[in-house]
Design a protein around this ligand. Structure first.
Ligand code: KG4
Ligand code: ZN
Length: 357
């Protein structure tokens, strides 16, 4: 049994986890900084970095003791290299370098975006991952930083089919919640507020979905755009004179969530059809959303396509997904990436998924 330690610090969660053989999660410790950032209405990068400084040693202890192991039992140290907030990433990477130096174990950098996808396979086991019938697969990665459709072949070849042209879906939900005075993070609070609401009372636009008689440019077939929905919400609130009552806030949240989820489903459905996907994978923080999970499953069932939804605890940022995919990096490169590795802020061009190589 090979034990991999994962360290995650790309945004506002400090996390450490121990995963055996890329599949069995022995521990997954997450310290959320939400309360520290909530007063600012969003994540403040330098504040996040400082919080990681004090939280990472604590979550490491928690992860090791939770798994009942010591640092010496670990085969490799894996860490989120990017994309994410640079000050936050640097703290985690340096922390992991220190651990690698102290333990003499190899250090491997992990792509946070691909790690989110791996999170979908953690509890359903690697079996689905290994099964030929899973491919071609389409992954919808929806978080505070990403809204992407990724095509995945059985060979491990990957390519981005669609991306957001402006806000990420989670970012749009966060901004909408702020506008409605609901607090941060927006996704969970919008979901709670929308319960029992009327999705038809306020009808928000579905940008780039070919609605309103506008022809959709071919290059935007699988791309997303959410800023127009947010602007429509702003104008709607203004038009009703500001200070909406509770019932109106509920219906606004409901209509907004409906529009965001509808865009995600339509594009996923079109992309799945385009590539003849056998499975659709949903991962990232927004994949926690109950409406998205329900509608995606129903839409794919209707097309005879399987769905693999990341378990809730592995949707939002965590280190189990880092250690999980990290195992495959280590398997392919047992000596590790070396002490010279640097963090990166933006999603690089992706060509392969290490977990299928
Ligand atoms: O994956 P994640 O933890 O961090 C990033 O890599 O960005 O995703 C955080 C995002 C936030 O925008 C948050 O509002 C959203 O995920 N989120 C949700 C839900 N839970 C978290 N969005 C919709 N519904 C939820 N239940
Ligand atoms: Zn994330």
């Amino acid at each position: 049994m090979d034990l991999i330690l994962g360290i995650e610090s790309s945004c506002d969660e400090s996390a450490a986890a121990v995963v055996a053989d890329g599949r069995r999660v022995l521990s997954s410790a997450v310290a959320s900084q939400i309360a520290r950032h909530a007063v600012h209405g969003g994540v403040v990068p330098e504040l996040a970095a400082r919080e990681h400084l004090t939280a990472l040693p604590r979550v490491l202890d928690e992860a090791l003791s939770g798994a009942g192991v010591r640092l010496n039992d670990i085969a490799a140290i894996t860490v989120t290299q990017g994309p994410g907030l640079m000050p936050a990433l640097l703290v985690g990477l340096n922390f992991a370098k220190g651990l690698a130096l102290a333990s003499g174990r190899p250090l491997l950098g992990v792509n946070h975006f691909l790690a989110h996808i791996y999170g979908a396979f953690l509890e359903s086991g690697e079996d689905l991952l290994r099964r030929r019938e899973t491919y071609p697969a389409l992954a919808l990665v929806v978080s505070g930083g990403h809204t992407n459709l990724l095509r995945i072949e059985n060979s491990g070849a990957v390519s981005i089919m669609g991306r957001t042209l402006d806000d990420a879906a989670g970012e749009a939900l966060d901004k909408a919640a702020k506008l409605l005075g609901l607090g941060y993070p927006g996704g969970p609070v919008i979901q709670r507020t929308a319960v029992g609401g009327d999705p038809g009372r306020f009808r928000f636009p579905r940008p780039l979905c070919g609605a309103a008689g506008k022809a959709l440019a071919p290059e935007n077939r699988f791309n997303f755009s959410f800023s127009g929905i947010k602007t429509a919400l702003l104008y709607t609130v203004r038009d009703i004179g500001g200070n909406p009552d509770r019932e109106t806030v509920r219906d606004l949240a409901c209509g907004f969530q409906d529009a965001v989820v509808d865009c995600l489903i339509r594009k996923t459905r079109d992309a799945a059809r385009e590539i003849g996907a056998k499975t659709v994978i949903a991962a990232g923080g927004v994949a926690c959303n109950a409406l998205l999970r329900e509608r995606l499953t129903a839409a794919m069932d209707g097309m005879g396509v399987g769905t693999i939804l990341a378990p809730g605890k592995f949707c939002t940022d965590n280190a189990a997904m880092v250690a999980g995919i990290g195992y495959h990096h280590w398997r392919l490169n047992p000596r590790g990436d070396g002490m010279e590795i640097d963090s990166f802020a933006r999603l690089p061009e992706l060509t392969t998924a290490p977990f299928l190589m």
